[in-house]
Design a binder for this molecule. Structure first.
Ligand code: ATP
Length: 286
């Protein structure tokens, strides 16, 4: 499958933080969920991709073009939503349309109006009268109305209620339907990514821990619940991290089918993306 975005060995150094040779790719027609703890380097990676900050080294290509050399051509084909609305409070959606119409040759007024209607956003009201959720929906409508091929969103659904979030997730799923569009979405709401993502990239302390198809992650990983005897027999290579409680051990295992075969009496449940994230970090601390 052809990639819409390729990130290879991306490095950025701050005084107390290094984004360390980050690599991943986003195929066409797919949604990639970018996860990681606070300060893992997600926003830094997205800003580097967009050439908003300078990289130390590494390569980024979007639509097969270098992200710096072809920045203008690339940006016309990208819609970006960060967690803060960057439109001035005294503007209305109507004013915003008149500005963006001049910026983007591909701007589509009818499409913008359709999204405003769908998100129940008033066209003439100024932004200072908008709620946070309304502003976020407006940012998404604006990002979509110039008909980009790639949407890049940083925490765009955080702080929104489940109904609004679901509406937005549906819009993302429709956006990729034609197999030519893609979405790169950083989020702490891993249940949202479970619903819509095709791939998950897990960033931890500036490094990629894994890049995997979501279905594989959810089909393979498991939480083994067992007593001290089974825990003592577990091979180190079978487990990623564990939690001990008064009732025994909970262990994240990479291959739940294999563990079920080896310990038929033990309970092995499916793991969520949140479990996988938490146990990876925990495993490192053990
Ligand atoms: N301009 C800067 N100068 C120095 N350090 C910075 C700068 N911007 C980010 N950092 C550091 O880089 C690290 C990664 O930050 P980043 O915002 O990329 O994390 P994140 O994964 O997006 O976190 P969150 O989930 O909290 O948004 C942090 O330690 C942060 O302090």
């Amino acid at each position: 499958m052809e990639s819409i975005l390729e990130v290879k060995d991306l490095v950025k150094r701050y005084r107390d933080f290094t984004l360390d040779h980050v690599s991943f790719s986003l195929p066409r027609g797919c949604i990639l969920g970018f996860i990681g703890e606070n300060g893992a380097g997600k926003t830094t990676t997205l800003k580097l991709i967009l050439n908003l900050i300078q990289k130390e080294s590494g390569r980024v290509t979007l639509f097969g073009m270098d992200h710096i050399k072809e920045e203008r051509r690339i940006k016309e084909q990208i819609g970006v939503v960060f967690d803060e609305s960057y439109f001035h409070d005294t503007l209305s959606p109507k004013d915003i349309a008149s500005v963006l119409r001049r910026v983007y040759p591909t701007w589509d007024d009818r499409l913008f109006d359709r999204y405003l209607g769908r998100f129940s956003l008033p066209k003439e009201k100024v932004l200072k009268e908008f709620s946070r959720g309304m502003k976020m929906k407006l940012s998404i409508a604006s990002a979509l109305a110039h008909k980009p091929r790639l949407l890049i969103l940083d925490e765009a659904t955080s702080g929104l209620d489940p109904v609004v979030r679901n509406e937005i997730l549906d819009v993302f799923l429709e956006f990729i339907q034609d197999e030519d569009h893609s979405v790169l979405l950083s989020s702490h709401i891993t249940s949202d990514l479970e619903k819509i993502a095709d791939y998950i990239v897990f960033l931890h302390k500036g490094k990629v821990v894994f890049e995997e198809p979501k279905d594989d992650l959810l089909a393979r990983y498991g939480i083994l619940r067992c007593g001290a005897e089974v825990f003592g027999r577990l091979d180190r290579s079978e487990q990623i991290g564990y939690r001990q409680s008064q009732f025994g051990y909970e262990v994240l295992v990479k291959d739940r089918a294999a563990v079920r075969r080896r310990y038929p009496a033990a309970v092995v449940d499916a793991a969520t993306i949140e479990d996988i994230m938490l146990f990876y970090v925990r495993g490192e601390q053990q």
